[in-house]
Write a protein that binds this ligand. Sequence first.
Ligand code: IPM
Ligand code: MN
Length: 348
Amino acid sequence: NPYYRIVAIPGEGIGTEVVAASLKVLQQVAKLEEFILQVDYGWLGATALEKFGSDFPQATVELCNGSDGILFGAVTQGGLLELRKHYDFFCNLRPIRMVKSLVHKSSLKPEKVQGLDILIIRELVSGIYFGLAGRATDEKGAYGYHTMLYYDEEIRRIARQALQKAQQRRGLLTIAHKENALPNLPWTQLVQAEAINFPEVVVESMLVDNLAMQMVMNPQRFDVILAGNLFGDILSDIGGALVGSVGLLGSASLNADGFGLYEAIHGTAPDIAGKGIANPLGTLGACVLMLQQWGEVRAAQRIMAAQERVLAKGYRTADLYTQGSEILVNTEELIDLLLAEIDSKQNS
Ligand code: IPM
Ligand code: MN
């Protein structure tokens, strides 16, 4: 039987709750699809700092080395950027897909979002998150700076990933850029140079401010959106509003070897942490991406089908619940419903 070893890093806040919940579902599909999933637990962020004196401890790196994937919850700060950088997880995939039964949860009118299926590809290990930064003082006073630096090759390699994805999808790639103000970062030109090898893909280039507006005015026009680290971060939260809750979105961050970090796009949500009411579907969506990356497509399919059915029956965590015909459930109840759905005969 296939054997996979993953490192679960629950982190803090609702991270611990959604990781535990998702692992139950993963183990269930592992049993059904007859693969073995070994889970080791790693630390990052505040809990790591407490235990090891570092928010990105060597012990975590050693666990992750040679594993088949990292399942990550959430941390408030510290460690995550180092983890992404350490393994060169440059290619961050953030699918924004509208679940049919949730069209009324969108911030937009249902007809604007039905069938919505966008893939945001965000460069994750460079740009302003990792450029020269500091604080200093001159004659005008104290100041801080973060610089947005991209090697041409960093743009080219993420462009190749985005072009490949666009080719496998509907063939439209939209580049997010800000060349009117930041002309030394010529995303359009660099991506177009790579696009020569993908003649079937239509490449368009859009100023990121206009793109943000278009995502809200007419999101169905998009297929794959390619963005640098900061712009991609911002655009993906717009994606959350489009599909009804940022709690629904998962992401995969891959390096050149296909090794990946899998996490929801939401954070630790301190306002609801510890209450057991977090939406686990973002992290579960990340698990689906992990299974797909392994080629365990049937297991991924089982989870997605179960999720659609449970949502179609009206079960909602608090982030998606409105009074009326819907049924409010907590994290554990939602997971139990998913497990039952995965087990049911019609699903096998
Ligand atoms: C995300 C998050 C992170 C980011 C934070 C926690 C550093 O917002 O993954 O979208 O900005 O990359
Ligand atoms: Mn973000």
